[in-house]
Design a protein around this ligand. Structure first.
Ligand SMILES: [Mg+2]
Length: 174
């Protein structure tokens, strides 16, 4: 029995915000005042397993970081949308281009700009330290803060339902 109150066998795609979700909400700045992103390596492992097992994944971020593009492309995220001023049209086009319905998709976001997409996704997910408005809109709130294993926690549940999470070689799609 999953700890997520949703029929996870329906899920075929997951889209993620980056700042405050895959990277913490509080990060160092460089000498030019540009926030530096962080990557959670256990999130990375789960994303590789998810990609190898056919789960569609997307990044929809208001930020515009080439490091983010390189990192997530390298671990199997097929579609990466940066500098996304308005996220909902991008999300809806991603669904259409991939033949996905809203019920088949989870979206993870942490702040006000994510609310329209959270309301459009079948399974809206928020990190534990998300903005309160976002947590109110979420079906599932992770037990960890943004940047500290949010993707891992969600993908583990989805992949377990699909029978491709665990110690066996099956985890990598045979
Ligand atoms: Mg964010």
């Amino acid at each position: 029995m999953s700890k997520i109150n949703y029929d996870l066998s329906k899920i075929r795609g997951v889209a993620f915000d980056v700042d405050g979700v895959l990277s913490p909400a509080t990060v160092p700045m460089d000498s030019n005042g540009i926030p530096q992103r962080m990557a959670n390596l256990r999130d990375g492992y789960a994303m590789v397993v998810a990609a190898r097992n056919g789960l569609k994944m997307a990044i929809i971020s208001g930020g515009d970081s080439e490091a983010v593009r390189k990192r997530f492309a390298a671990i199997g995220v097929q579609d990466i949308f940066l500098a996304a001023g308005e996220k909902l049209p991008i999300f809806e086009k991603w669904l259409a281009d991939n033949g996905l319905t809203p019920e088949e998709v989870a979206f993870v976001g942490d702040d006000i700009p994510d609310l329209p997409v959270l309301k459009a996704a079948g399974l809206p997910v928020a990190p534990r330290d998300a903005a309160h408005e976002v947590k109110e809109a979420a079906t599932f709130i992770t037990s960890c803060d943004g940047g500290y294993g949010v993707a891992r926690e969600l993908l583990e549940e989805i992949l377990r339902v699909r029978g491709c999470w665990g110690e066996s070689g099956k985890a990598f799609g045979g």
